[in-house]
Design a protein around this ligand. Structure first.
Ligand SMILES: NC(=O)C1=CN([C@@H]2O[C@H](COP(=O)(O)OP(=O)(O)OC[C@H]3O[C@@H](n4cnc5c(N)ncnc54)[C@H](O)[C@@H]3O)[C@@H](O)[C@H]2O)C=CC1
Ligand SMILES: O=C1[C@@H](O)[C@H](O)[C@@H](O)[C@H](O)[C@H]1O
Length: 336
């Protein structure tokens, strides 16, 4: 692989643009040489200051000789086609979450990668790169709080895009906790329930908030509050209860203001603020693995598939109110 990694980006929306900014201004040794978006105006606007080529569609970008590796940042329903094309072209691909929107689509990606014989895919589950989540895991793994019993999580968005349907609260939002929990506890989720409290007056047509209850194979129970219209900011919480103590994420704000008898501090506006450094580390490590010619070090197709299996079950639980059991296929050897 060349010393400068030449990346093509498909999808120049919010996260596509944010990733292009970090690839070109924060991280060294990476050029964004190609951009594609179904909105040709957006693609041209983003590509121009980079001197990047605008391709008529994502498939043309993947096929281009000048593109060493691909970033897929378009909507979830489009990921499968692009990831499969990148695998067919033998090019490393970083795909924003979710890997694909159904279990079946993820399995097709896993099958293609297994047939190719080498891991090429990384999925954008950036919480695994967040300093606070990493510190939480370090304490858990050290044994200092004893054996884990439960975890309480909250995932609150100030608001979400207009395209959100009820299932997006699971497939686009709760999917982060689904992946984080598998990584944090090193155990699969075996069943899921979704409880629906009174609907928020800010909810629009969404079932909001929701409470997910995830049962893990090691008997740890995790509850996840999903609120996608809290208005006040982006608020990510987590606390693990162990037999001998607890460990929790603290307010990530850098300052606290004490004034006139009150204590106040900033709440991040959205995921770009809260996870900025995690995305930087995630893409640095991904680019280094590609430049080094090795498999991606981060979550791969199998993790994307495992998260989608739980998402599918949670969407069913949301619709029916049932406790839905989760079964994962046998893990192919290239993911062990
Ligand atoms: N890891 C994280 O924290 C985050 C991940 N995401 C994920 O990133 C992806 C994009 O999300 P946003 O940037 O928020 O959406 P967005 O709507 O701001 O941008 C998506 C872009 O993709 C383009 N697009 C749609 N279909 C396309 C296709 N077939 N080919 C090429 N371009 C296409 C759209 O025109 C748009 O410019 C989603 O999968 C989302 O779940 C988004 C936000 C944060
Ligand atoms: O991935 C993300 C968005 O797509 C999603 O809409 C938000 O709910 C998440 O907090 C954010 O991290």
């Amino acid at each position: 692989m060349r010393a400068v990694l030449r990346v093509g980006v498909i999808g120049a929306g919010l996260i596509g643009r944010d990733h292009i900014r970090r690839l070109t201004t924060v991280l060294a040794g990476i050029d964004v040489v190609a951009v594609a978006d179904v909105d040709a105006f957006v693609a041209a606007q983003v590509a121009a200051p980079l001197g990047a080529t605008v391709h008529p569609n994502g498939l043309a970008l993947i096929a281009a000789d000048e593109v060493d590796a691909v970033l897929v940042c378009s909507w979830g329903g489009t990921h499968e086609e692009y990831v499969l094309a990148a695998i067919a072209a033998g090019k490393p691909v970083f795909c924003e979450k979710p890997l694909a929107t159904t279990r079946e689509a993820c399995l097709r990606i896993v099958a293609a990668e297994v047939a190719h014989g080498r891991r090429l895919v990384q999925v954008g589950y950036m919480r695994r790169y967040d300093a606070a989540y990493r510190a939480l895991k370090q304490v858990l793994d050290s044994g200092v709080i004893g054996a884990p019993l439960m975890m309480h999580c909250a995932h609150r968005n100030a608001g979400v895009p207009a395209f959100y349907e009820p299932e997006n609260t699971i497939t686009d939002t709760a999917v982060h906790e689904i992946d984080m929990v598998r990584w944090m506890f090193g155990a699969e989720i075996v069943a899921v329930r979704v409880l629906r409290p009174r609907v928020s007056r800010n909810a629009g047509s969404l079932p909001d908030p929701l409470l997910l209850v995830l049962e893990l194979a090691n008997e740890v129970l995790v509850d996840v509050e999903i609120s996608v219209n809290v208005r006040y900011g982006y608020d990510i919480r987590g606390e693990i209860l162990g037999e001998d103590g607890t460990v929790s994420l603290e307010n990530p704000g850098l300052i606290a203001v004490r004034h006139a008898g009150r204590l106040a501090g900033p709440v991040p506006g959205d995921w770009r603020d809260r996870f900025a450094t995690a995305y930087d580390v995630e893409l640095r490590e991904w680019a280094d693995s590609v430049i080094g010619g090795g498999p991606p070090a981060g979550p791969g197709s199998w993790d994307g598939y495992a998260a989608a299996v739980v998402s599918d079950a949670a969407v069913r639980a949301l619709r029916t109110g049932d406790r839905v059991a989760v079964t994962v296929d046998e893990r192919p050897a290239i993911y062990s």
